[in-house]
Ligand binder design. Sequence first.
Ligand code: SAM
Length: 252
Amino acid sequence: MTEPRLFVDQDLLANQPLTLTGNQHHYLAKVLRLGAGATVKLFNGRDGEWRAVIDHMTRQGAEMELTEQLRPQTPEPDLWLLFAPIKGKRVDTIAEKAGELGVSRIMPVITHRTVVSRVNVDRLRANAREAAEQCERLSVPEVTEPLDLRSAVGAWPRGRTLLFADERASATPIAQALQSLARESARPAAVLIGPEGGFTNEEKELVRSLADCVPVSLGPRLLRADTAVFAMLALWQAHQGDWRGGDAGWPD
Ligand code: SAM
């Protein structure tokens, strides 16, 4: 059996005792039926990845000790995903795939044509965390509370490129836009995808008014919002992020 891999809040230091409680304890004790002597991998987004050995499995928790650091913490691409929440399970899939595709922050944004009335942020967080545990990344994306598009644009941090997926517009083809950006040094970036009904003209003008906005086209076919998210994230990782291999140029 492969070693379970869990995200924890606690600091991870050599020979440190640590107890996992709650859902993580239940998962190790009842679902996986692990006991003393079994090992698990732990990460917290700060101290790299560690192996821990279970000393005691009690009714209250899984008591373990950290034995070795398996990987040091390394810098990860600084990529945000802004997306208008969509209906049903596809919104959970977006959080899961964003976790796998190396997004650092997931931001649900409410637009004029967003039809979802309530966003289950806790479920998005759980999906993003499980994806990070499974895909072996060393951090978990932050998932923010939903905010409206106007507020997101109003608070836009200077210098963060916003790749705006602008359907039905004469926007720059995505490959061309990413090739131009790749000539610059690594910059923080974000991608913005609209709802099923698309953006209003006013919203498009608002987003385009940002100095850091780069409107892009994803080709001649109208993609579903979740497809557009996955395509944009994969293309960005290949051109600007850690799919390029070697030193992707991310600062410590
Ligand atoms: N109902 C809209 C329309 O008819 O124009 C389409 C919205 S589309 C289903 C959802 C989102 O995916 C869009 O707002 C956009 O951000 C993105 N998207 C889909 N296809 C795209 C394309 N070919 N180019 C750029 N963005 C696209």
